[in-house]
Structures are given as structure tokens and as C-alpha cells.
Write a protein that binds this ligand. Structure first.
Ligand code: CO
Ligand code: ZN
Length: 333
């Protein structure tokens, strides 16, 4: 599974530019599903048909990653940019990025090493990308081109570190479940969604098209176990977090109960998550059409939306086990 995780997290795929990562995921899931298609927004929708009159369950994990889009190229070939998704300038200075055509860049800060920078934090409009160009004419990328972070996947013991654990770790969990699940009474729609980081847009249209009777998002969540973190009852290594609430949704109470009782019955450790910032594809599923009972299994993650997101492999394995148990058993909400 770690090989697959490495391949997924290192792939390029900022929001709106998911075709490369989509092709990798399609290749991985194709042997395990009955139907596979890509919709108008680029969502990969994989159906594994159920054996009986079960539910239609949509399992969403997003393929896109936070990124930067070029807004201006100056006469010397330096690029100004805007963010797609929640990117803080604090995470950027000295970082490296890669564009779809392979062009690499380093992020510079106008005030770097200047005495008047003092203790100021960088602002987005003081940053630029240096791709090694010497003029606008010879710059290999232009306005509208998008880049993602470059950072190798690393293992620190049981901790896995990479860019884009949000949300490729969930893509890996979904693929691992699909590969090992056997038969289920339910029709399982595994959706690898696009444009989550800019407002859960892919999940919105996918859910409308699929019309699921139950929705589950898989995504990372923040933790409270680092020095001076905002108090939060989620830690790395204590199992998947079952979302009760975040700033965009209240999970369906029946879905929360189903997840917790299934974890307890299977002896899988889990935590309860109340997240005060951010939301997931579960919100889009829940509010699609006339409404869908939905919840979210969250993978605890440190340093979310930085180039070095950290998860625990035990949590990953327990998330696989929990999702498998949920998708193969009866559902009473
Ligand atoms: Co995110
Ligand atoms: Zn995410």
C-alpha cells in the first residue's frame, strides 16, 4: 500500500487540473470495478455493483490538491500568482513547485534578507515564482498555468509525510478497500472528486448524478496533539476520526452512530471529530437534491495545507478496516 501512497501523493493535480492524477487512479481501480467513467467535471466514478437490495453508497475522496495559478509574468520572467484553495504565504517561501508541463519553480519573497522585513510575515502579493527564466518571452509557463508543491514522500517510522496527503491518502484508502472488499449487498460508487479545495464542486455534481442513499466522504482532519495546538480531541495514531461536525456541516446522526457502532463491534479504534475550520465533500453530498444522509471518516493529519502533511500508517490501516466493515454490513440509520 505504501508504494501506491507514494505514487498518489507525488503526482501533480491542483484543483481544475486533475487529469494526470485521474489517469493514475483510473488505472489502479479499473481491475476492481464493474463500471468506470469520468464525468463533465473530471470526477472519476467507479461502480462496484452490490449483490442484493442494499443502499447506493457514495464514497468520495478528492483527487485535487491546493495549488497556485500564474496571474502575471514580468519582463524578467518572474511569475506572480494566486492560490487555488487554502494556501498560506507562511508555507511558501523557499518552497518548490511544478507545472503540468514539468517546469519547476522556487518561491521567492521580495523582502527576503532585507533589513526592513523585520519579523513581518510574507504577504501573498510579495511572493513570486522563479522558474529560471530570463525574460517574459522565454518563460516556459504563462498566465493561467497552475502548479502544485514538489516534495518527496518520506516515512518517519509509522508516520508518513508528503505533500497532498490531503486528500491522496484518502484516495489510497478507497483504492485499497476496493481491491480487497469482495462482495457487498450495496451498490458502491467510489468517486474520486475534483475541485474540492475550491469548494467541493466535483462532489456536488457527482452526488447529483449518482443520487446515493448514503454518502461518506474520506478526508484528512486537523489534530490537537502538537505543541500549543488549539485544543482538539483528535490525535495522530488513535484511529480514524468520525466526523460529528465541521464548519460546513453537521453529520447525519444515524450515520455517525452507524460508524461508531461498526468500529466498536469490529474492535477498530476511533475518535470523534469536531472541526472548527473547513469542510469536506460530505457537505456537498448531504445537501445534494433533496438531501442525503452523510458523514465523513477523517484521517488525522498534522500540518494540513503545508508541503509536509503527516499521517500515521496505523490510522490509515484502521480507516481501511472501518470502511470495509461499513460497506459490507447491513445499514440501519
Ligand atoms: Co484540503
Ligand atoms: Zn481535503
Amino acid at each position: 500500500m505504501k508504494e501506491m501512497i507514494k505514487r498518489l501523493v507525488e503526482a501533480y493535480g491542483p484543483s481544475g487540473h486533475e487529469s494526470t492524477i485521474g489517469a493514475i487512479i483510473s488505472e489502479m481501480v479499473r481491475p476492481h470495478v464493474d463500471e468506470l467513467h469520468t464525468d463533465a467535471l473530471g470526477n472519476i466514478i467507479a461502480l462496484k455493483r452490490g449483490t442484493g437490495s442494499g443502499h447506493a453508497i457514495m464514497v468520495a475522496s478528492h483527487m485535487d490538491e491546493i495549488g497556485l495559478v500564474v496571474t502575471w509574468v514580468d519582463e524578467k520572467g518572474f511569475l506572480r500568482f494566486a492560490a487555488t484553495g487554502g494556501v498560506s504565504p507562511v508555507t511558501l517561501v523557499g518552497g518548490r513547485v511544478r507545472f503540468a508541463n514539468g517546469t519547476l519553480g522556487v518561491i521567492g519573497w521580495e523582502r527576503w534578507m532585507r533589513p526592513d522585513a523585520g519579523t513581518r510575515r510574507p504577504e501573498m502579493d510579495e511572493l513570486y515564482i522563479d522558474v529560471g527564466a530570463t525574460s517574459r518571452e522565454t518563460c516556459p509557463v504563462g498566465v493561467g498555468d497552475a502548479c502544485g508543491f514538489v516534495r518527496p514522500y518520506e516515512e518517519f517510522g509509522t508516520r508518513l509525510v508528503a505533500k497532498s496527503m490531503d486528500d491522496r491518502i484518502a484516495c489510497a484508502i478507497a483504492i485499497e478497500v476496493l481491491a480487497g472488499i469482495g462482495s457487498s449487498p450495496h451498490d458502491l460508487y467510489f468517486v474520486f472528486t475534483t475541485q474540492e479545495e475550491v469548494g467541493t464542486r466535483g462532489a456536488l455534481t457527482a452526488a447529483y448524478g449518482i443520487e446515493p442513499t448514503v454518502g461518506i466522504a474520506l478526508d484528512v482532519t486537523m489534530v490537537g496533539d502538537t505543541p500549543k495546538a488549539r485544543p482538539m480531541a483528535v490525535s495522530l495514531g488513535e484511529g480514524p476520526a468520525i466526523k460529528v461536525m465541521d464548519s460546513g456541516m453537521l453529520a447525519h446522526p444515524g450515520v455517525v452512530r452507524w460508524m461508531i457502532t461498526t468500529a466498536e463491534a469490529a474492535g477498530i479504534p476511533c475518535q470523534r471529530e469536531v472541526l472548527l475550520g473547513g469542510s469536506t465533500d460530505a457537505r456537498a453530498i448531504q445537501t445534494s437534491r433533496a438531501g442525503v444522509p452523510a458523514g465523513c471518516i477523517s484521517i488525522p493529519c498534522r500540518y494540513v495545507h503545508t508541503p509536509s502533511e503527516m499521517v500515521d500508517f496505523g490510522d490509515v490501516e484502521h480507516s481501511v478496516a472501518l470502511l470495509k466493515a461499513l460497506l459490507t454490513g447491513p445499514i440501519a440509520l
